[in-house]
Ligand binder design. Structure first.
Ligand code: AMP
Length: 373
């Protein structure tokens, strides 16, 4: 396991908030940061030592990033697999390129989760709209059709309740192949962030319970309000997947919890995850510190939760009302990512509140009116 030490440079592909928080964690220990992003002064660019401003798949820019960096990581999975693979031949990319290839396509992702021995909803991969009709004969209604590539925050997917809705799914095939999967009558959504280094040492962060609004993560509550058996199943499944994929770095595993306390894996993200931001304040090691430790070949720290906590996302429309009430909430840890424009529904920041009374704090958050629809 190659060790990267303070004073050396970590190259990050992608300059968004995840890159910024990774970079900030690394800079605490004295690393230097280089970032590749198409925009000057991106959230990560603002805190980086070196900015390379170019598209993510620009061959020369990737090479330049490789030249100035002692280790390369990435903050999102929709980067060009071939470009990352070529980069891994000339630079130190401890996470490899394969995890990106697998997780940027729902078809390969689901197949790997299954091979790892973790549960997924019944699904069928379909190349064309005609194939979808046959698949639904098997899967039945209600079902969800998702594009294999490029979907996020509920984009590129459609719930079909009955045969009359079927024509609506045709347009999904304009972009890519799809999967049809059974609708899961879940009672909660949770996520496990598992982190592993090249020596095979791995730890899960405390399991988060996730509440979405309009398909975008709204709140993460930690610890998740689920039975101990659910936590155990969730961590075991994450461990199986991480070992199967020979993970190096971070894998976020999103799951559904059923009424009988069984779990179903929904999807994977091979990077720090929005539902792990609470760990910056609430744990002895944040998901960003642990990620840096993993890719730099350091031993990992066993995570410990200091206090139960709630993370609330701050979207474009929440920024101004949040700033108006900051002075009334000394217990809110405010994070804003330095994005130039507060567009509606754009993730601009988050707050974390450590609390001994989750229910009461949830009510207080709602009562501010900031996150009303
Ligand atoms: P995804 O893009 O796969 O993360 O899905 C976005 C959201 O859609 C999830 O967080 C769920 O709330 C919902 N969803 C996705 N797949 C299913 C499913 N098979 N059954 C029920 N709800 C789902």
């Amino acid at each position: 396991m190659k060790t990267i030490l303070p004073g050396q440079t970590i190259g990050i592909i992608g300059g968004g908030q995840l890159g910024r928080m990774m970079g900030l964690a690394a800079k605490e220990a004295g690393f230097k940061i280089a970032v590749l992003d198409p925009t000057m002064d991106s959230p990560c660019g603002q805190i980086a030592d070196i900015q390379i401003v170019a598209p993510y798949n620009d061959e020369a820019a990737l090479e330049e990033l490789g030249e100035v960096s002692d280790v390369i990581t990435y903050e999102f999975e929709n980067i060009d697999f071939e470009g990352l693979k070529r980069l891994s031949e000339i630079a130190h990319v401890p996470q490899g390129a394969d995890l990106v290839r697998i997780t940027q396509n729902r078809i390969t992702e689901k197949a790997e989760i299954r091979q790892a021995g973790a549960p997924v909803a019944p699904y069928i991969a379909v190349q064309t709209f005609d194939e979808l009709k046959d698949a639904i004969d098997t899967i039945g209604f209600p079902c969800i059709v998702k594009t294999a590539f490029g979907g996020y925050d509920g984009k590129g997917q459609l719930k079909l309740d009955s045969p009359e809705h079927l024509p609506e799914a045709e347009s999904l095939f304009a972009h890519s192949a799809c999967i049809a999967e059974a609708f899961v009558p879940f009672i909660k959504e949770i996520s496990v962030i598992i982190q592993r280094n090249a020596a095979g040492e791995s730890y899960c962060l405390p399991v988060a319970e996730n509440i979405h609004k309009h398909h975008i993560l709204h709140e993460s509550i930690v610890p998740a309000r689920v039975a101990a058996s659910v936590i155990q199943r969730a961590e075991e499944a994450a461990q199986k997947i991480a070992d199967h994929l020979q993970l190096v770095g971070t894998l976020a595993v999103e799951m559904f919890v059923l009424e009988n306390n069984e779990i179903i894996i929904n999807e994977l993200a091979p990077r720090p995850h929005n539902s792990g931001h609470y760990s910056i304040e609430a744990c002895n090691v944040s998901q960003f510190h642990q990620h840096i430790r993993a890719v730099c070949g350091w031993p990992l720290r066993k995570p410990k939760l200091w206090a139960s906590s709630i993370m609330v996302n701050v979207l474009g429309e929440h920024v101004a009302p949040l700033i108006r009430v900051i002075k009334q909430h000394p217990d809110w840890s405010v994070h804003l990512y330095g994005k130039a424009e507060a567009k509606e529904k754009r993730k601009m920041g988050h707050i974390t509140i450590m609390t001994e009374d989750i229910e009461n704090t949830l009510q207080e958050i709602a009562a501010t009116g900031i996150w009303e629809d």
